[in-house]
Design a protein around this ligand. Structure first.
Ligand SMILES: N[C@@H](CCC(=O)N[C@@H](CS)C(=O)NCC(=O)O)C(=O)O
Length: 216
């Protein structure tokens, strides 16, 4: 029976796919669309209760953690000589795998998440806020609470707090943004950004801040 790889293209799944291809091993690919929240469906949570990718299923073995999967595959197909068998050589390989996963990955992930790869469109941000970052993205049930150091100028009051809604498409974003802006104040017009086809910020008529975005 073929191994199954639960994967989604722009994630750590790539490590496993790359390894399988280097080894020349056939497998069944099972795409799990993170953007469509497929990793939170009960059928996937039964396979990995942590709701994370990648997952390799090989017979009765269900393996998570991309580096552990890569090492398992290299050992399983040791005849392909992807990793050394010599103890010290092997230790050097493990050293770099662990360095990548523990030292390199987190800062790179933080930087990529909080930094725009493209310059911001002129006038989009108030001067001085180019390097402000989001510190926390905390999921509570179906809701995501984000804490950033943006919008914290002047006297501190309740306005440092915004609600964020993610909508299905651009038309829905336009509609909801217009409804929130009715009687309120647009803080950042709804426009295309590097992470979303539509993102905007508005304070509604009650003074509550909203961020409206479409996830691509
Ligand atoms: N240390 C784990 C990290 C797994 C992980 O965080 N996967 C991400 C994709 S790269 C994921 O599934 N995220 C979904 C979520 O956290 O909701 C590994 O290397 O496999």
């Amino acid at each position: 029976m073929k191994m199954k790889l639960y994967e989604f293209a722009p994630t750590r799944s790539i490590r496993v796919r790359w390894t399988l291809q280097e080894l020349g091993v056939g497998y069944e690919s099972i795409p799990v669309n993170l953007v469509a929240d497929e990793h939170r469906r009960p059928e996937f949570l039964r396979i990995n209760p942590a709701g994370k990718l990648p997952v390799l299923v090989d017979g009765d073995l269900v393996l998570t953690e991309s580096v552990a999967i890569v090492l398992y595959l290299a050992d399983k197909y040791s005849d392909r000589r992807l990793i050394p068998t010599d103890l010290k050589e092997r230790a050097r390989v493990n050293r770099w795998l662990l360095f990548a996963a523990t030292e390199l990955e987190q800062p790179l992930w933080r930087i990529s998440r909080h930094t725009s790869p493209e310059p911001h469109p002129p006038g989009m941000l108030p001067p001085g806020s180019e390097n402000k970052i989001m510190h926390v993205s905390l999921r509570v049930g179906e809701t995501t609470v984000m804490a950033s150091d943006g919008r914290c100028t002047g006297q501190s009051d309740f306005q440092g707090f915004s609600l964020s809604i993610t909508v299905a498409d651009e038309a829905d974003a336009d509609r909801k943004f217009a409804a929130l802006a009715d009687g309120g104040q647009v803080q950042m017009p709804l426009a295309k950004t590097f992470w979303s086809p539509r993102f905007g910020m508005v304070a509604d008529r009650f003074g509550v801040g909203w961020m409206v975005s479409v996830m691509p």
